[in-house]
Design a protein around this ligand. Structure first.
Ligand code: SF4
Ligand code: FES
Length: 235
């Protein structure tokens, strides 16, 4: 079991723990936004940065949610460099989501008074990827993903049309830390945040289960055609 020092406390952790997990298990507060214990860590928001030194290497800032506990490492979770890094990250996150209560509370905690960067239009999505990973890893349908690059990056459905695989479970709504996805975005028109097209779901009147919407029917037709092609190949 690796032994390391966090904020002057020597602690021993089981193999394969990340620094964030070790901190949480020992009651040491590290802020996070894109981390959820039920999901694979992603390292996107950079809020969880801590300072790590593993002599003789000089100290460096790392994302604690993806950084493994190394034997003999010395970790500082609230050094000046860590606090400065978090202040800048909070400012950047607030650039688009400047009314989000979670981020405003963090700004208060870290003394961020001025926001030097602002986007012309408010966008509550901070691209943490929690919704996308929850849809894939927990629900298992991968109805949404992060698309585009740079300023155009956003959460959307494949080809930005309403998803035929979304089951409207609301997991993305519940896990989003900034309320960027609203329940109505995925229920009434059965579309999700960022989708450009909308269609109403129509269910089979007999079983109530089968989605009779054009996209879903098209999926089934494609599947049937592919199956028939395979059968012809085997003849
Ligand atoms: S919609 Fe919410 S959960 Fe999804 S990436 Fe944006 S902020 Fe994260
Ligand atoms: S919680 Fe570690 S990078 Fe977001």
């Amino acid at each position: 079991m690796p032994k390391l020092t966090i904020n002057g406390r020597e602690i021993q952790v089981p193999e394969e723990r990340t620094v964030l997990e070790a901190c949480r298990e020992h009651g040491i507060h590290v802020p996070t936004l894109c981390y959820h214990p039920a999901l694979e860590p992603y390292g996107a928001c950079r809020l969880c940065m801590v300072e790590v030194s593993s002599p003789p290497r000089p100290s460096r800032l790392v994302a604690s949610c993806v950084h493994p506990c190394e034997k003999g490492a010395v970790v500082e979770t609230a050094s000046d460099a860590v606090k400065q890094s978090r202040r800048t990250t909070i400012e950047l996150l607030l650039a688009g989501a400047h009314t989000d209560p979670t981020l405003l509370a963090l700004a208060e905690e870290y003394g961020v008074k001025e926001i030097r960067f602002t986007l012309p239009e408010e966008d509550l999505c901070v691209l943490c990827g929690l919704c996308v990973r929850a849809c894939r890893e927990i629900v298992g349908v991968s109805a949404i993903s992060l698309i585009n690059r740079g300023m155009a990056r956003k959460v959307s459905t494949p080809f930005q049309i309403a998803s035929s695989t979304c089951i409207a479970c609301g997991t993305c709504v519940l896990i989003c830390p900034t309320d960027a996805i609203k329940l109505k975005d995925i229920t009434h028109f059965h579309s999700v945040h960022g989708a450009d097209s909308e269609y109403e779901r129509v269910y089979c009147q007999v079983c109530g289960d089968v989605d009779l919407s054009p996209v879903a029917i098209q999926d089934v037709e494609t599947l049937i055609e592919a199956t028939m092609d395979q059968e012809v190949d085997h003849e």
